[in-house]
Design a protein. Structure first.
Length: 184
């Protein structure tokens, strides 16, 4: 169970202004067609991988403009790992962050922005598989905060350790200063 009361990366009062959402790259492969479309085939095994990256977009007029990019690769395979279909989608979202503290930009871009754009990505994947002759692939909701925590767990632990060590040193120094003052 999380010790946080709010799992949102964007603090209250902040704004995430979405400027654009777009397909950057998309691919659908049906290498076994028309055999893959037969109804007597077994249910394929699905392997879905989702990744998120972000970068700052330099702009003379807009401050704090970023691009968040979601990469999805879905492969359906049958016996002997024969691919029934392969989907690759790179989906971008360009945003401007307002009143978001600098230290929150990273988690906002890798948690909140993907959370906002995921329904569109899910719909594209669903439509694409349906247009490819298959039942729509409905990707389950994704916990982007959990993905973030897993991806950056070492950095988060190092930061927590650094803060606790700095806090311990500061409290020790405060105690020494208080002792020195009381001795005089």
């Amino acid at each position: 169970m999380s010790d946080q009361t709010d799992d949102r990366a964007a603090p209250p009062g902040s704004q995430i202004n979405i400027l654009a959402q777009y397909v950057r790259d998309i691919s659908f492969e049906n290498p076994l067609a028309p055999d893959s479309l037969r109804t007597d085939r077994t249910t394929p095994k699905m392997d879905i991988n989702i990744g998120v990256d972000a970068r700052k977009v330099p702009d003379d007029k807009l401050e704090n403009m970023y691009e968040s990019v979601m990469n999805i690769r879905a492969i359906a395979t049958v016996a002997e790992d024969q691919p029934v279909f392969i989907i690759e989608l790179v989906y971008g979202t360009t945003v401007v962050l307002k009143d978001v503290p600098e230290e929150n930009h990273h988690p906002v871009m890798l948690i909140e922005v993907p959370r906002l754009s995921f329904p569109y990505v899910r719909q594209i994947i669903s439509d694409l598989t349906q247009q490819g002759g298959f039942p729509p692939l409905m990707i389950n909701p994704v916990d982007f905060q959990q993905l973030y925590m897993e991806r950056y767990k070492d950095e988060i632990e190092a930061a927590k350790k650094s803060l606790s060590e700095t806090g311990d040193e500061a409290s020790t120094d405060d105690k020494k200063a208080a002792t020195t003052k009381s001795d005089s």
